[in-house]
Design a protein around this ligand. Structure first.
Ligand SMILES: Cc1cc2nc3c(=O)[nH]c(=O)nc-3n(C[C@H](O)[C@H](O)[C@H](O)COP(=O)(O)OP(=O)(O)OC[C@H]3O[C@@H](n4cnc5c(N)ncnc54)[C@H](O)[C@@H]3O)c2cc1C
Ligand code: HEM
Length: 472
């Protein structure tokens, strides 16, 4: 591994951002968060575009990151987030909309959601059309291609309306969502236009079921959602940056189109083993993807990811095929539920398919660091033996830690290291008993889904089956 902070080949052209006028962008250069945090380019004043609080730049990227300071950098000052702004920008149809949602409002919202369900796709398209026609500047916050994922925001708005009756659950969800939204460049004044576009789509597609009471109900619910999100973003801004810049310090290519990418962030990145980060590559601005953190938090602050290039995948191919030491990526806050409680001695069953082994490696390291031996059984699955890129690292960990048992599972060909063969979920189902275990599952969505079902059948309680696949 090269020296942390080592720069890429000198023959590479100077870094130039593809787009410099979008509020969500955050490239390295004079006056940006990186420079301010580390005192680089002190002679140059920050370039702050009017109004949006985000830095765009058109300057050279720093050649290398300076060493980590003894003290963490000063906390980021809170941005101008004002819960009242969301309310002020969203003109209320009636004064009564200013109060919180009532039980009747929630019933009205749920009824309109039922009406909307069969035409949700068209309503989504209408929502974005209205949003961008009325507020063209907001288009810059979204990725170039929105065909695959464009329904996420609209569907979540609808889901939040649906969940408005369970405040604690909804607040926890919105809190996470709002913290994650800071990296998109979302500001308090954006909530009003988004709310108006939502109401326009609802009005159009609820047809004869749309009346003044339903509109007021939606306005109350949306206002409550916005207030929670604006408040959560403001609280987060007192502790964390909206995103972290991460310089690539090494890219280690492995068989099966996998790369192990080592990153060094501009500010301390606090996470737990088993969690993932979200990541944006310079090649595809505003396209964010989650990647598991493949090592436990390290004293030198380096992060590692294990990425497989999937056919025609935007971000994974950019990472595996094009990323080099010296490149600067952006990371969102850590997320995910696959964290281990070290005060508990429940044996662990770690099931990783393909790069799904990455969070399991981090968990093993964290258990080892914690110093309290507990049984840990790992099943590491891949199609072929040649795809088991993490086999050596797992073998090394198993040699070091007598509490750790590792089995390689291949779907095709001869057994590897005397391990079982077949699809990983089926192999796990044949073994056991697992009732006493806490299970952690990561890998391709179909594998996670099947494995979770197998574990439930094997008697593992649902609350002890941990994964980060939505909707399972
Ligand atoms: C919580 C979480 C953690 C993750 N951790 C990791 C990780 O540690 N390492 C890692 O490599 N990936 C991980 N992923 C997957 C990752 O987020 C991306 O989905 C993946 O890299 C593909 O993104 P892309 O932009 O390259 O492809 P996209 O541009 O999103 O997809 C392009 C095409 O490829 C298809 N496609 C997407 N994924 C796959 C796949 N796995 N196999 C075959 N075709 C596919 C899509 O359907 C689409 O047709 C994780 C996902 C989640 C939800
Ligand atoms: C008011 C409540 C809102 C809800 C419930 C909501 C929900 C969501 C959800 C679930 C996603 C999917 C990705 C993720 O989880 O981060 C998302 C993405 C996004 N949201 Fe929001 N959002 C809200 C408000 C806003 C506002 C006000 C803006 C500002 C324009 C905004 C801009 C975005 C952008 C840019 C993305 C990324 C889209 C993509 O990657 O395709 N959101 N939102």
């Amino acid at each position: 591994m090269p020296e942390p902070g080592g720069s890429g080949p000198s023959s590479r052209p100077a870094f130039a951002p593809m787009i410099t006028d979008a509020p969500g962008l955050n490239w390295a250069g004079p006056g940006d968060a990186w420079s301010r945090a580390w005192g680089a380019h002190p002679q140059q004043a920050p370039v702050l575009p009017a109004g949006n609080g985000f830095t765009t730049l058109a300057g050279p990227r720093p050649a290398a990151l300076p060493p980590m300071p003894d003290r963490p950098p000063a906390p980021v000052p809170p941005p101008l987030l004002n819960p009242a702004a969301a309310v002020a920008v969203l003109p209320l149809a009636a004064r009564t909309a200013a109060s919180g949602p009532t039980a009747e409002d929630i019933a009205l919202v749920r009824h309109s959601l039922g009406v909307l369900e069969p035409v949700a796709d068209r309503a989504t398209a209408h929502f974005y059309a209205v949003l961008f026609l009325r507020n063209p500047e907001l288009r810059a916050l979204f990725p170039a291609s929105m065909d695959v994922q464009r329904d996420r925001l609209f569907r979540a708005l609808l889901a939040a309306g649906q969940a408005a009756g369970s405040p604690a659950e909804l607040t926890a969800y919105l809190d996470r969502l709002a913290r994650g939204h800071r990296k998109y460049g979302v500001l308090d004044e954006h909530y009003g236009p988004v709310g108006e576009a939502l109401l326009a789509a609802l009005e159009r597609y609820c047809g004869r079921f749309w009346d003044q009471s339903t509109e007021i109900a939606w306005r109350r619910v949306y206002r409550a959602i916005s207030e929670v999100m604006i408040g959560s973003a403001a609280a987060d801004a007192r502790e964390n940056p909206a995103w972290w810049q991460a310089e690539v310090v090494a890219v280690d290519h492995r068989p099966g189109d996998v790369a192990v990418v080592a990153l060094r962030t501009d500010r301390p990145y606090r996470y737990r083993a088993g969690q993932y980060t979200t990541l944006e590559v310079p090649m595809w601005p505003r396209v964010w993807r989650p990647y598991s953190l493949a090592s436990a938090a390290r004293p030198d602050g380096l992060l590692t990811l294990q990425v497989k290039a999937v056919p025609a995948g935007w971000v994974s191919n950019a990472l595996v095929q094009r990323t080099q030491p010296g490149d600067v990526l952006r990371l969102g806050p850590p997320g995910g539920t696959m964290v281990v409680d070290h005060d508990d001695d429940t044996p662990l069953l770690l099931l990783g398919g393909g790069t799904g082994i990455a969070p399991m490696l981090a968990v093993i390291e964290e258990v080892a660091e914690h110093g309290r031996a507990r049984t840990v059984e790992v099943f590491y699955g891949a199609r072929r033996a040649s795809d088991l890129y993490a086999r050596e690292r797992l073998a090394e960990l198993a040699r070091l830690h007598p509490w750790l048992a590792v089995r390689s599972v291949v779907a095709e060909g001869a057994p590897v290291d005397g391990g079982p063969t077949g699809p990983l979920p089926a192999v796990v189902g044949r073994r056991g008993p697992w009732e006493e275990y806490a299970a952690y599952v990561s890998g391709p969505p179909a594998m996670v889904r099947r494995t979770a079902a197998v574990l439930l059948d094997a008697g593992v309680p649902r609350e002890r089956i941990h994964h980060d696949l939505e909707g399972v």
